[in-house]
Design a protein around this ligand. Structure first.
Ligand code: M6R
Length: 365
């Protein structure tokens, strides 16, 4: 069942090149254009949409945070990402021109389902990104874009997350094409870059041993920070939840620029800081933030998109990901964060696949 792997989680981490390929390829039609005809999603769904709301929980919500950046960049319309358990008890600003995207691996998360039903009450158009075929969320949505991740057994979500990102990127490309905010040529270019993610993930998985080594330094720690800006902040949120849920180490995700507005006081001698610096536009700002934590003797693990010239004195470990276009770096960075959480949990001899107090599918409110 585990295919020779010691845990489902690591098996599922390694399945990602395949699950991303299976999610993307069936949706590529002539000349690398994304097409949702077979999914029953006509282009008319996107016409008239002037606002997008993404509602989800946990890791699925973090996928939404990444999706927001891409959707806003390409569509130039506002996108908000809502925690489903909060959103469902509010009076949302939704009308017939709002596209409400719910994201769920299981398709059974009670709060996400309630958020979806609320969106319907307010006349929003609902589209869900779901992994489990025929699940409640899939059945209740106007449109469904399935992730083809296959069954995810480990409680910590890994391959569903990158499959969700794949769907969000495909959606952004198609939507932008329909809205004419990108040209067909640009779309083809984006799609080629998206497909380059698969070999890049295969390369990233080769850091497995190095990450296992790094995690020996984390296993005795009690607190840890993930920092990043923009897409890297969205990724930090995901890295933090993954580590917390299976290693039981307290961690926080921080927008790097926010550190000096309070949290820097918690950065003391030896505290691990996972610094994600994959975005060129804010790279020098990130380096300044890393210097700030380094000055407090933080133990820094730096992740960059490709080899970057960085002063070696500011980090303890550096993982240079295979270079991708910046907006696609979340795919490879996510693999590093998943492996960090996995190996830390293994070093701590915890129940990786079934962490305490947590269930795979949260069908209670
Ligand atoms: O099945 P869903 O995607 O709706 O589940 C949402 C969250 O419960 C889930 O992503 C949870 O946060 C994961 N265990 C995180 O790894």
């Amino acid at each position: 069942q585990k295919g020779g792997y010691p845990h489902f989680m690591i098996k599922e981490i390694y399945e990602q090149p395949e699950t991303i390929r299976s999610t993307i390829l069936p949706r590529i039609k002539n000349k690398h254009i994304p097409d949702f005809t077979a999914d029953g999603i006509p282009d008319t769904v996107f016409e008239g949409v002037n606002r997008i709301v993404i509602a989800a929980c946990g890791t699925a919500m973090h996928a939404g945070l990444v999706g927001k950046v891409m959707l806003e960049k390409l569509l130039r319309i506002p996108v908000s990402v809502e925690i489903a358990s909060e959103f469902r008890y509010q009076e949302p600003i939704i009308d017939k021109n709002t596209l409400v995207i719910t994201i769920s691996q299981s398709g059974e998360t009670a709060d996400t389902l309630a958020a979806l039903n609320l969106a319907k009450e307010y006349q929003g158009t609902t589209l869900s990104i779901v992994n489990v075929k025929g699940s409640s969320i899939a059945r209740s949505s106007d449109y469904v874009l399935y992730t083809h991740a296959g069954p995810e057994i480990a409680v910590a979500s890994t391959k569903a997350y990158t499959a969700q990102l794949s769907c969000l990127y495909l959606l952004a490309f198609r939507f932008a094409l329909v809205k004419r905010t990108i040209t067909e040529e640009e779309c083809v270019n984006y799609m080629e870059q998206l497909q380059a993610v698969v070999p890049a993930i295969e390369e990233t998985l080769k850091f497995d041993k190095k990450i296992e080594e790094i995690c020996k330094n984390l296993k005795e720690k009690e607190d840890l920070f993930f920092i990043g800006r923009g897409l890297d902040y969205a990724l930090s949120c995901e890295g933090s939840i993954k580590l917390k849920e299976i290693s039981y180490i307290h961690s926080e995700a921080y927008a790097a620029g926010e550190l000096k507005h309070g949290t820097l006081s918690l950065v003391t001698d030896g505290i691990p800081v996972i610094a994600l610096a994959t975005q060129d536009s804010v790279f020098s700002k990130m380096i300044s933030n890393i210097r700030e934590v380094r000055a407090r003797n933080a133990f820094v693990i730096l992740v960059t998109n490709g080899e970057k010239e960085v002063d070696e004195s500011i980090y303890d470990y550096h993982i240079a990901l295979p270079e991708l276009e910046d907006s696609l770096a979340p795919f490879t960075a996510a693999i590093v964060l998943q492996l960090l959480a996995y190996h830390t949990s293994v070093h701590r001899e915890l129940n990786v696949d079934q962490p305490r107090n947590l269930a795979k599918s949260v069908t209670v409110e």
